[in-house]
Design a protein around this ligand. Structure first.
Ligand code: SF4
Length: 348
């Protein structure tokens, strides 16, 4: 079997502060196979974005990766030189952020920015072994050595109307949804193996959000790109992801296939998240918010980080670290870190 595209092993990312060390990512394991969309979901402050930044190698100082490893196609990104990492970033691994205005250069035309990315990370004359219809069109342009042409084709691929004309616009002339599409076009223009999308639709209204998620799925198929989708929004996960990891206070607390997670959530935090999320098909249902807040990630003094907010906690939960264990049906690949759950969802 081939290596996973991404394998995060026991990753620890920390930020020293005057008050102590913030353990933003505290022993996380996560795997993405080729062609998968894997969700990472949790409230804000749970460490999701720091995990994304750690994978891409853009943790801001004084933050640092204090332990563990990040393997990309079987090779450790942490053992590479900065130059090697730099050539992978933006080429084999791309990232899309919540706010495209922070990533697009306001003084450059949108088409120029995409063309520049193409020129930097790829020999546009050589990319030929591609399959999907959309890709053939794009590669057709690339073979002519025209990064600008390729930029226009990419804008067309993400359904920007009149891409020839719009490629000459500046970012401020695009709507929020179009800017996000342009970011996705830029991120995919190098045909990355992995796209890390951090809250890519959060700033957009629901209709545009749905369109962009649809496009991400279509583009994933066309470009054979695996996607790590980071969001606080369970509806986005339900819509888009093959598998889901639920993150709480620096740790993954549950992981399963999307359908399993929504039909049989086992960890009390996941159950709380689902109970507090509105659903279109069940609009009259009372929403039950999870009481309390994500804890300060400095020296959390209790073993299960969710214990003070958990409706099922007992004394043991404050003293004994919950290990990951199988909680689903045999062969379900459904795991949770809760002392009070056993195989097949047995309550302990
Ligand atoms: S270990 Fe205890 S506190 Fe933590 S989620 Fe399970 S029941 Fe709740």
């Amino acid at each position: 079997m081939s290596d996973p595209v991404l394998e995060v092993r026991d990753l620890q990312t920390q930020f020293p502060t005057d008050r102590g060390v913030v353990k933003a990512v505290d022993g996380v394991d996560l795997t993405i196979e080729s062609g998968e969309i894997v969700g990472l979901v949790g409230e804000s402050g749970s460490g999701k974005s720091v995990l994304a930044d750690s994978v891409v190698g853009i943790v801001e100082e004084p933050g640092e990766i204090a332990g563990g490893d990040v393997l990309f196609n079987g090779e450790s990104l942490l053992e590479m030189s900065e130059a090697e990492r730099e050539s992978i970033r933006g080429g084999n691994i791309s990232m899309v952020f919540q706010d495209p205005m922070n990533s697009l250069n306001p003084t450059l035309r949108v088409g120029e920015q995409i063309a520049e990315t193409v020129r930097l990370h790829q020999d546009v004359g050589e990319s030929v072994s591609l399959s999907a219809e959309m890709k053939r069109k794009i590669v057709g342009a690339a073979k002519n050595g025209e990064a600008w042409r390729r930029a226009i084709e990419m804008l067309e691929a993400v359904e920007i109307p009149e891409p020839d004309a719009r490629a000459t616009d500046y970012p401020h002339q695009f709507s929020g949804g179009m800017r996000q599409r342009a970011m996705i076009a830029m991120a995919l223009s190098c045909e990355p193996d992995l796209l890390v999308a951090d809250e890519p639709t959060t700033a957009l209204d629901v209709t545009i959000q749905a369109q962009i998620l649809d496009e991400l799925e279509g583009l994933k198929d066309a470009f054979d790109t695996s996607i790590l989708l980071i969001t606080h929004d369970l509806a986005v996960v339900a819509e888009t992801c093959d598998r889901v990891n639920v993150m709480y206070a620096g740790e993954i607390v549950e992981r399963a296939e999307t359908e399993t997670l929504f039909s049989s959530p086992e960890h009390p935090y996941t159950q709380g998240l689902i109970a507090s999320t509105p659903r279109l098909e069940d609009a009259d249902r009372d929403l039950q918010p999870i009481e309390g807040n994500v804890p300060d990630l400095i020296d959390i003094p209790y073993a299960c980080h969710f214990a003070p907010r958990c409706p099922e906690s007992n004394r043991e939960c404050f003293e004994v670290d919950p290990e990951f264990r199988d909680v689903g049906e045999p062969d379900d690949d459904h795991e949770a870190a809760c002392l009070r759950r056993g195989p097949e969802g047995e309550q302990l």
